[in-house]
Design a protein around this ligand. Structure first.
Ligand code: SAM
Length: 280
């Protein structure tokens, strides 16, 4: 028999966002594994929770992990929390959850706040498809390289960033993705100074440079994905080649040659040629 492991989200600023099920779970488990026990103690005191706390980090924490896994294996239940938001999301927990799963532990998520999702839900950027990238590299050279690799990503991009790096990162994003790319900076979400700045990367860079308050607190940067023009571009290229060749050759031949040149489908190009001729 092994105990259950609960992965419990806690508020990202506003204590009113603590869900009742999280309070009940933290009250009823045998042990709470926390990223920073001193930090979490304040949250637990606020909700009158006196469950014993263990410390847990992903990095170099063999002993901490063994202690928690042993606890689970002695049929005791554990709740994992991080300093704020959802554990494992740019926070410790991945290694523990993975190991626990290997041991057959039942892992139960107690969902709640997550800065990335809260930010996206209010940004007004396309939210049907998005990529969460966590923190970009801190060093400029690495960051530029890394952002270059994301320049043609068509899904909305979500980054966490430290306040002292937000301006540099916005500048680098503008360099790599263009000043005109739409973006939103969500700051201090759910807290007293919650702000959402919306505009182009060029505009946001300027606003953040001019107002030091925009370089304070906790920050999520979201960038609209690149236009899905790779496909559109290739469609356009096919049309262009087909139109040129069709002026000089019979349509069947023009479609076959266009397919060869652009990698398109011969039949579809022939049909396209027919419909283009009809609309001439
Ligand atoms: N696990 C957390 C979550 O679920 O969002 C994230 C932890 S990560 C160490 C902390 C980063 O999340 C901050 O540096 C900031 O980028 C973002 N963040 C956390 N709380 C935030 C808030 N209230 N407003 C804006 N961003 C926040």
């Amino acid at each position: 028999m092994v105990g259950d492991l609960y992965v419990v989200a806690t508020p990202i600023g506003n204590l009113g966002d603590m869900v009742p099920r999280a309070v009940e779970t933290l009250q009823s488990v045998d042990v709470i594994a926390a990223e920073d026990t001193r930090h979490s103690k304040k949250l637990l005191d606020y909700f009158g929770i006196s469950t014993p706390l263990f410390s847990y980090h992903d990095q170099g924490a063999e002993k901490q992990q063994t202690r928690i896994l042993d606890t689970l294996q002695s049929n005791k239940s554990v709740a994992l929390i991080s300093d704020a938001g959802t554990p494992l999301i740019s926070d410790p927990g991945y290694r523990l959850v993975r190991q626990a799963r290997k041991l057959g532990v039942n892992i139960i998520p107690i969902p709640g706040s997550c800065a990335a999702i809260a930010a996206l839900s209010a940004a007004g950027l396309p939210s049907d498809r998005f990529v969460f990238e966590g923190f970009p590299p801190a060093r400029r050279e690495k960051r530029l390289n890394y952002l270059t690799g994301l320049a043609t990503e068509t899904r909305t991009l979500i980054f966490y960033e430290a306040p002292h790096r937000v301006l540099e990162t916005l500048q680098d994003l503008a360099v790599v993705m263009g000043e005109n790319r739409e973006a939103v900076v969500g700051r201090e979400i759910t807290k007293a100074y919650e702000t959402f700045l919306c505009g182009t990367l060029g505009e946001l860079q300027q606003q953040v440079a001019e107002d030091p308050n925009q370089r304070r607190g906790e920050i999520v940067i979201m960038v609209r994905g690149a236009e899905s023009d790779i496909r559109e571009q290739s469609d356009e290229e096919q049309r262009r080649v087909l139109a040129l060749l069709a002026k000089e050759l019979p349509l069947k031949k023009a479609a076959a040659l266009t397919a060869e040149i652009t990698g398109g489908n011969k039949k579809a190009l022939y049909q396209l040629g027919v419909s283009l001729k009809e609309t001439e």
